[in-house]
Design a protein around this ligand. Structure first.
Ligand code: NAP
Length: 262
């Protein structure tokens, strides 16, 4: 166990799977009390058990990131149990692929509700509790390489992730003006091995549910030649959450093996 975020209280949305789970495990291993929220109860309990087995402190709350009432409840419970919030990782996200001419308005709204409304609500309801301690805080918003570059089958997803990128910078300026010590940054993962890819059809196999071969994709698309893992993203999130990044706000941390550069 390290102590890079010792004594801090962290909230990770979508923390029961993939990148969120990696972030929760990393923050707990470095001394934070980590509140994990997600729609996935069983996976949430499993993640808490793994963290506690490793000597960390964690708890799970079921939470729909698109629901303002759920946000009020989660922040209220954190305030009651821990009295403070230092780190928010707005990580929960979904990817609904498809051509823009075929995407239903319902799917567009579902995509936007999780990836943008969720980040807005989390930020809105966390900042007042962060401000109460007077110790500042760190908000890390999970964007994507798809928030920096266009992708032919992911117009809706790209729109939300580009939105997260500039929402982050705007809130960073708002917090700086308020002199509240809260830093706000975005993280932009490339091709990371997580279950989210199961929801994205193989571009070459329209009509099938076969997930893309991430190794093959990475060999051709990623300059470093390999896919990434949740821990690669968690390492960046830990840095942004810790005092080591005390002079960083409104920034975008790209962790993609060079994908967005090519
Ligand atoms: P993941 O393994 O599917 O994890 C996302 C978690 O968020 C899942 O447990 C999911 O539950 C949960 N979730 C979905 N909607 C929610 C809601 N309304 N409220 C609360 N939780 C909700 O995906 P991941 O790859 O780790 O993705 C994490 C973040 O990284 C996302 O924002 C994603 O866009 C971003 N990202 C991922 C990659 C990548 O290559 N993996 C690349 C760039 C950016 P369900 O299973 O029920 O949906």
């Amino acid at each position: 166990m390290g102590g890079r975020v010792a004594g801090k209280v962290a909230l990770v949305t979508g923390g029961a799977s993939g990148i969120g789970r990696g972030c929760a495990e990393k923050l707990a291993a470095e001394g934070a009390i980590v509140v994990i929220t997600d729609l996935q109860d069983a996976k949430g309990a499993e993640t808490v058990a793994a963290i506690e087995k490793a000597g960390g402190k964690s708890e799970f709350l079921r939470h729909d990131a698109t629901s303002e009432a759920d946000w009020e409840s989660v922040i209220g419970q954190i305030k009651a149990r821990h009295g403070r919030l230092d780190i928010l990782v707005n990580n929960a996200g979904i990817a609904i692929p498809g051509s823009v001419t075929e995407m239903s308005l319902a799917d567009w709204r579902k995509q936007t509700a999780v990836n943008l409304d969720g980040v807005f609500l989390g930020t809105k309801h966390s900042i007042p509790l962060m401000r109460q301690s007077g110790d500042g805080g760190s908000i890390v918003n999970m964007s994507s390489v798809a928030g920096l570059k266009g992708s032919a089958i992911l117009a809706g997803y790209c729109a939300t992730k580009g939105g997260v990128r500039l929402f982050t910078k705007a809130v960073a300026m708002e917090c700086s003006n308020a002199k509240d010590g809260i830093r706000v940054n975005s993280v932009h993962p490339g091709i990371i091995e997580t279950p989210i890819w199961l929801s994205i059809l193989t571009p070459g196999d329209p009509g099938t549910n076969a997930p893309p071969d991430l190794d093959a994709m990475s060999t051709t698309a990623v300059p470093l030649g390999v896919k990434g893992y949740p821990e690669d993203i968690a390492n960046g999130v830990l840095w942004l959450a810790s005092e080591e990044s005390r002079y960083v706000t409104g920034a975008e941390l790209v962790i993609d093996g060079g994908l967005s550069v090519r």
